[in-house]
Design a protein around this ligand. Structure first.
Ligand SMILES: C[S@@+](CC[C@H](N)C(=O)[O-])C[C@H]1O[C@@H](n2cnc3c(N)ncnc32)[C@H](O)[C@@H]1O
Length: 206
């Protein structure tokens, strides 16, 4: 499917929704009628705000100086909401990296909804890390091979600070991180009655 066609179909199938929380973030959210399997052959991670990303957004709101005037990289951006939050909080530039073409179209739509500029990038994990002050990673430690690649990438990032948002996924190598904070979050698929989970902010320490 051509990117413009895919973008238009995502916009039509996923209604605009407000993300609960302190930032006025809007995004195209999966709804019962969205027929996501018609839009993407791969799992539509981009149609949901993941708890690691929501924890990162809460952390950026609590500490806006982390992003103000900074060059920010959002790896495994999904819907793009983490990078969009960084842009709304004053980041000088935001690049969102995504392997999924449908996610890149969703990020473009969501950035436009929130009137921010996001540069889209494909997989960056194989090459040398691009220049950045801050690297944000929401819920990317969900598979062993991917976790190994993310870790190898982070070891090359030089002076950039790297923060991960995570709810205790098995493939996160916790010994390589320091816990900075935690926020109550909901996992994708949790019913409204479910207790909130602990979304940790972990700083990469090498
Ligand atoms: C669980 S989702 C999290 C999305 C978002 N960070 C959040 O917290 O809402 C993980 C995302 O990482 C993307 N991803 C997986 N491997 C990647 C890679 N090598 N480079 C960039 N994105 C990747 C997937 O396509 C998916 O959209």
């Amino acid at each position: 499917m051509r990117p413009q066609t895919l973008r238009a179909r995502i916009a039509a199938a996923l209604p605009v929704t407000a993300l609960p929380g302190p930032l006025p973030l809007r995004y195209h959210a999966a709804a019962p009628h969205s027929r996501l399997s018609d839009l993407s052959k791969t799992p539509p991670y981009w149609a949901y705000p993941w708890p690691g990303g929501c924890a990162l957004i809460a952390h950026l709101v609590a500490h806006p100086d982390l992003v103000k005037g900074k060059c920010v990289l959002d790896i495994g951006a999904g819907s793009g909401l983490v990078g969009i939050a960084a842009a709304l909080l004053g980041a000088a530039s935001v690049t969102a990296s995504e392997i999924d073409p449908a996610a890149r179209e969703a990020i473009a739509l969501n950035a436009a909804l929130n009137e921010v500029c996001i540069t889209l990038s494909r997989d960056l994990l194989s090459g040398p890390p691009p220049e950045a002050d801050l690297i944000l990673i929401g819920d990317l430690f969900y598979a062993p091979d991917l976790a190994t690649r993310v870790l190898a990438f982070l070891t090359q990032t030089g002076t950039a600070e790297a923060l991960v948002g995570d709810i205790g996924r098995a493939d996160l190598p916790r010994a390589r991180f320091r816990v900075l904070a935690s926020y109550p979050v909901r996992d994708v698929g949790d019913p409204p009655s479910a207790a909130s989970q602990c979304g940790e902010i972990l700083q990469f320490i090498g």
